[in-house]
Design a protein around this ligand. Structure first.
Ligand code: SF4
Ligand code: SF4
Ligand code: SF4
Length: 317
């Protein structure tokens, strides 16, 4: 009964919201434009310092525990059977890749430095792109970018369609089936869950704290600050160690910058890559591509309406 009432209210409220938004006009072109980098916070990771202790990984799961999914089972059957079930709820301990229950993991690379075999360990999570395609191309408006550059997926609005993962050059977001809005809205037709990824501890940052992974690190691998300062620091460090930078220009620039003593081409060859294990290849600016720009302009008004409808639905539950 409650669900029926919610649905009726949803349709009524949703249509009213849609009509209101359509009348006011949504600036699709503005949504497709590049955000103001000056206000964005970035992190610098000095790969030489990381000892692979995984204190950051543990801290991430401790502070974000309440944000993790609690799926309902059995999962509703999908029609057509096009969206595969992705269930990590029985594998919550997996920490050697990204999952809905693990937003940060450590990659290992055996490389040669000054003629010596050396193991480098690299913390990997969302890169927090300056102009994130996951946000600009989410058709449901569930992925958002905050003014400080953090991109996050609202688990109350996401339908799990995984467009964000498809358009992300590193395929970062991970889906959990059996949770979220689709269960009430369209349990057999919609995206089949919710997408999860690092939200750079946006709530801690709002409270004036640093992200948990930064605080927990015994080696001070990460530094956080305004993007322009972090870029200067990255260049100073790269000059000092005769090293290399990743993230300054990848995908048009990211708010996660790595400095490495060996070229990223070498690191990329040495790391294990695959599902939930992102690469370290060069990445062109995907949002500068005409088809994505056009798609962002097209998606923005729909996403604005869908997000407003999603919020209305959430309130009525
Ligand atoms: S790395 Fe992927 S998930 Fe993270 S902000 Fe960029 S596009 Fe989005
Ligand atoms: S910033 Fe927060 S959510 Fe992201 S990896 Fe670090 S601890 Fe996890
Ligand atoms: S806590 Fe620091 S040193 Fe340990 S794995 Fe994480 S980044 Fe590396």
């Amino acid at each position: 009964m409650g669900q029926q009432i919610s649905r009726r209210l949803f349709l009524k409220g949703g249509l009213a919201t849609a009509a209101g938004l359509a009348a006011s006009g949504i600036p699709g072109a503005a949504a497709a434009a590049k955000p103001d980098e000056g206000k964005q916070l970035a992190t610098l990771l000095d790969i030489r310092k990381c000892i692979g202790c995984e204190a950051c990984v543990e801290a991430c799961s401790e502070v974000n525990f309440e944000k993790y999914p609690d799926p309902q089972k059995p999962f509703p059957k999908m029609y057509p059977n096009r969206v595969p079930v992705e269930d990590w709820s029985e594998k919550k301990d997996v920490n050697d890749r990204l999952t809905p229950y693990n937003w940060l993991f450590i990659q290992h690379a055996e490389v040669e430095i000054n003629g010596e075999e050396t193991e480098l360990t690299i913390p990997r999570r969302c890169m927090h792109c300056v102009n994130p395609p996951c946000v600009k191309l989410c058709p449901w408006g569930a992925a958002k970018q905050l003014e400080n550059g953090i991109s996050r997926i609202d688990s109350d609005i996401c339908l799990g369609g995984s467009k964000c993962r498809k358009v992300c050059p590193w395929h970062i977001p991970q889906r959990q089936t059996g949770t979220g809005l689709y269960l009430d809205l369209m349990p057999s037709m919609a995206g089949n869950g919710v997408m999860y990824k690092c939200d750079r501890c946006y709530n801690r940052i709002a409270d004036g704290e640093v992200p948990a992974c930064i605080e927990a690190c015994p080696e001070d691998v990460q530094t956080i600050g305004p993007r322009d300062e972090i870029i200067k620091k990255a260049h100073a460090l790269a000059d000092e160690i005769d090293g290399y930078i990743y993230g300054e220009n990848e995908n048009g620039g990211t708010n996660t910058l790595y400095v490495s003593p060996v070229p990223f081409e070498e690191l990329n060859k040495a790391i294990e890559k695959g599902k939930g294990k992102p690469h370290l290849k060069p990445v062109e600016d995907t949002m500068a591509q005409a088809n994505n720009l056009a798609a962002a302009m097209f998606v923005a008004p729909i996403a604005g309406i869908a997000a407003a409808v999603g919020k209305f639905y959430k309130r009525t539950k």
